[in-house]
Design a binder for this molecule. Structure first.
Ligand code: FAD
Ligand code: DHB
Length: 389
């Protein structure tokens, strides 16, 4: 077959890009390794910037988000005892929306058929070819049969472990990485949240996050050493730990309930600056990872894809190469600032094994300074709601 843009991956990046291109009348096909249920089963991001919600509104895929998303005018940082409210509405005029990645993905998938967005699922052995020619292609196995899809461009939206980034030759690679010595253990449960707004807490026992999906569904995370396995954490042990970290600072005691999901995610900062190679363009987690503190990953994927869609649309409309040439630089400018914010909030809010009593005092002093400084609260708030496009 032949199409305009072959999109690898049906996570938030690939689905959003597909819809933006279809809305401009551009032919595209999404090729996804997994079955839809797998993609929909991943509990990940929860907090959306207005950049992301505006994009969904522009596409008209916003009915359920408008009905079920929670508008958040503030969030909280804590040192384990003192709760510091960051009034993002007052400080920036903006808000964020709590609406899960699972729901965003479901809405985008359900809207696909009516908009002529084809998604090929369960495509195995996806490989990219002839990226430096003007006739690139993608091959994959589906039901044991090999297929080849020719395209004018390929969009690598296949996440951190995908095939796209790996098909860029080593000599072209510019990459930067920081791995953290801990992960986040998360739990999702149908219990009311312990607080009306998110709390990011750096307690003496380590980092913990109280988040939510609705007034009846909670999402919590705690920092755990990388050596820890999920088997080490029976549900009751995790609830005990959450009670110790949140009961002193939240509005209500942590309510326990059966886990709908529990998992450990490692923390990493990563930027692969070579976002363009010939006819291949990378977007989202395929090109960068942020540690989840600050909730930037999905939102960065959305801004990448917005930039890339504008560049591809300009090319198809008027053979204007200028925007395609500018994509990498434009995307990286926003990516590095989000990397900086996620890295600095991670350092401020976690206990690092190499840190001693002095570093702990520094964290507490910084949080105490933040509590009394509108300037610093504004700096955090404007990053949290998302920097301008
Ligand atoms: P992915 O979601 O990884 O999608 C990639 C897709 O490509 C997948 O469907 C995969 O199956 C497919 N694929 C992979 N390899 C291949 C292949 N070889 N061939 C074909 N298809 C392939 N972000 C936020 O903004 N806010 C948050 O609050 C937040 N919280 C998070 C909490 C956790 C615990 C985690 C783990 C992440 C969080 N993130 C958050 C980050 C966010 O989930 C990611 O940034 C986001 O999923 C990136 O979307 P993507 O489409 O680029 O990649
Ligand atoms: C959630 C995840 C985050 O990384 C974050 O910063 C805030 C909320 C969540 O899953 O709800």
């Amino acid at each position: 077959g032949k199409t305009g843009v072959a999109i690898i991956g049906s996570g938030p990046s690939g689905l959003l890009l597909g819809h933006l291109l279809r809305a401009a009348g551009i032919e595209c096909v999404i090729i996804e390794r997994q079955a839809p249920d797998y993609v929909l089963g991943r509990i990940r991001a929860g907090v959306l910037e207005t950049v992301t919600t505006d994009l969904l509104r522009q596409l008209g895929i916003d009915q359920r988000m408008n009905a079920e998303g929670l508008i958040e005018d503030g969030f909280n940082l804590a040192d384990g005892e003192q709760l510091i409210r960051i009034d993002i509405r007052k400080l920036t005029g903006k808000h964020v929306t709590v609406y899960g990645q699972t729901e965003v993905t479901r809405d985008l998938m359900e809207a696909a058929p009516a908009r002529g967005l084809e998604i090929v699922c369960e495509a195995k052995d996806v490989a990219l070819h002839d990226l430096e020619s003007d006739a690139p292609s993608v091959t994959y196995l589906k039901d044991g049969v090999e297929h080849r899809l020719h395209a004018e461009f390929i969009a690598g939206c296949d996440g951190f472990h995908g095939a796209s980034r790996k098909s860029i030759p080593a000599a072209k690679v510019r990459e930067f990485e920081r791995v953290y010595p801990f992960g986040w253990l998360g739990i999702l449960a149908d219990v009311p949240p312990c607080h009306s707004e998110l709390i990011y807490s750096n307690s003496d026992r380590g980092f913990a996050l109280a988040s939510m999906r609705s007034s009846t569904r909670s999402r919590y995370y705690i920092q755990v050493p990388l050596t820890e396995r999920i088997e080490d954490w029976p549900e009751e042990r995790l609830w005990d730990e959450l009670a110790l970290r949140f009961d002193p600072i939240s509005q209500h005691k942590v309510v326990r309930g059966p886990a709908l999901e529990m998992s450990i995610a490692p923390l990493r900062s990563y930027v692969f600056e070579t976002m363009r190679h010939g006819r291949l363009f990378l977007a989202g987690d395929a090109a960068h990872i942020v540690p989840p503190t600050g909730a930037k990953g999905l939102n960065l994927a959305a801004s990448d894809v917005l930039y890339l869609s504008e560049a591809l649309i300009a090319h198809f409309a008027s053979a204007d190469e200028h925007a395609l040439l500018a994509y990498e630089k434009r995307a990286l400018a926003r990516i590095w600032k989000a990397e900086r914010f996620s890295w600095s909030l991670t350092k401020l809010m976690h206990r690092f094994p190499e840190d001693g009593a002095f570093e702990r005092r520094m964290q507490i002093a910084e949080l105490d300074y933040l509590a009394g400084s509108t300037a610093m609260q504004t700096a955090i708030a404007e990053n949290y709601v998302g920097l301008p496009l």
